[in-house]
Design a protein around this ligand. Structure first.
Ligand code: ATP
Length: 433
């Protein structure tokens, strides 16, 4: 089998495990699905929150120079005119005159042949297609009520820059961090959650003295590595790609894409951009408000420049899942499991009584379950099937430890703790948990 098939097989195995075990389902699945949307089940939402909370702690809570915000998804339409999204957030599309299919002109294998109906020479001229989801706010459906589902969380940060200046008088450099949904009417959503129409971003706008932007850019470049390491991604699978002139977004003077070796190939995981004063100057012009920062104790004023580290939650999840997905052999049997870092695993401990029809074992196991639950929160009660099956099930969802209560427990208060990765079992006293 060639390398590509191998990789696709791994991707398919991850998608299938994610669905089977309650991590991620196709959105609106019972109705045949809605392309580019995904629903998170109990384990998926736990994994997603662990990732988002880790980010929030690392980049907002643990730092004195960062402020958290949570802006509305719907924003004044002037935001998107000023930011350039109304005019430039487009992809060039051609339309097939036979089947009416629309395609990204630059992504066609054969520029002349329709990939859907096979017609040759049926394409229209390429026309720009705006990727923002348009909607109307309120009952009147006219130009003045148009709004958009935000295509990035960044603008909700820029529009709050002045509020934070006025409420908190921060010293420069300082940053605002936000997590939340973003929406893009992607032409071809694909590769599981990698390219979705509705997804989640975690973004930082870091305001700096224009003379010192390079040192902050370098600081955040190192922070991105700290983040990928916190996710447990091996350094050798993360790559920096300096994005050259024409490929950079319209607002950026310097961009590094952080790419990851996904099973689908090397693709963008997150981005780091030097947005200059592009956004604050746009707001100053469009809204007629002063965006200057006054250096404390001086009369020096300037509009700060901005370094933007931008992270996608879905791509982080996909990188974590594909790093964790492991196949090995235990006692001559194939085992498929998730070697998730313990701090990201949706369930930290599974607790079972050796036999579920022995009330004294069940009662003791419940006690242990309660102790662990108080300490760790995410603990699962699992008494279905035999112990071997329980272990496999927990391995599949990445639970680092399984705890079993047996007859010896009743005598000496010891339990068996089994390690997911080594499958080794140890007897320890309950008080040592
Ligand atoms: P790409 O080049 O892959 O389309 P982009 O350069 O348009 O991505 P940005 O606008 O820089 O992406 O968005 C910041 C981050 O948001 C990306 O690094 C990615 O993690 C995430 N992201 C962007 N588009 C999507 C999408 N359609 N689905 C899931 N995540 C996305």
């Amino acid at each position: 089998m060639d390398d590509k098939n191998n990789k696709n097989e791994k991707m398919e195995a991850i998608v299938s495990l994610a669905k089977r075990r309650g991590f991620i389902y196709q959105g609106s699945d019972v109705y045949g699905g809605l392309s580019g949307t995904w629903d998170y089940g109990p384990l998926g939402v736990a994994l997603k929150r662990n990732i988002m909370n880790l980010w929030w702690k690392m980049f907002v809570e643990d730092r004195d120079d960062m402020y958290g915000v949570d802006a509305a998804i719907l924003m004044n339409q002037r935001v998107w005119k000023a930011s350039g999204h109304v005019d430039t957030f487009t992809d060039p599309l051609v339309e097939c005159s036979k089947c009416k299919g629309r395609f990204r002109a630059d992504k066609l294998d054969d520029a002349n042949k329709c990939p859907t109906c096979g017609e040759v020479g049926s394409f229209s001229e390429a026309r720009p297609f705006n990727m923002m989801f348009k909607t109307n706010v309120g009952p009147v459906d006219d130009e003045s009520s148009i709004s958009y589902l935000r295509p990035e969380t960044a603008q909700g940060i820029f529009t709050n820059y002045k509020n934070i200046l006025d409420s908190f008088y921060p010293d420069l450099p300082f940053g605002l961090g936000q997590q939340g949904k973003a929406f893009r009417n992607e032409i071809s959503p694909r590769d599981f959650i990698f390219r979705s129409r509705e997804f989640e971003q975690m973004e930082i706008e870091y305001f700096v003295d224009p003379a010192k932007w390079e040192e902050s850019f370098e600081h955040w470049r190192r922070q991105v590595w700290k983040w990928t390491q916190a996710l447990g991604l091996p350094d050798e699978n993360v790559h920096e790609l300096v994005v050259e002139g024409a490929d950079r977004a319209h607002y950026s003077e310097k961009t590094i894409d952080f790419e990851f070796d996904f099973p689908i190939g090397r693709e963008e995981l997150s981005g780091l951009a030097y947005r200059t004063d592009f956004d604050l100057q746009n707001i100053a012009r469009e809204a007629g408000k002063n965006m200057e920062y006054t250096v404390k104790g001086t009369n020096t004023k300037f509009v700060p420049h901005v370094i933007e580290p931008s992270f996608g939650v879905e791509r982080a999840i996909m990188a974590v899942l594909s790093t964790a997905y492991t196949v090995d052999e235990v006692n001559g049997e194939r085992r498929e499991y998730l070697k998730l870092p313990a701090h990201l695993a949706p369930v930290k401990y599974a607790v079972s009584p050796l036999l579920k029809n022995k009330p004294e074992l069940v009662a003791k196991a419940r006690e242990v379950y309660d102790i662990l639950k108080r300490k760790h929160g995410t603990v699962m009660w699992d008494d279905n099937g035999n112990i071997g099956k329980r272990y496999r099930r927990q391995d599949e969802i990445g639970t680092p430890f399984c705890v079993v209560v047996d007859f010896t427990t009743l005598e000496d208060n010891t339990i068996t703790v089994r390690d997911r990765d080594t499958t080794e079992q140890k007897r320890i006293n309950i008080s040592e948990l």
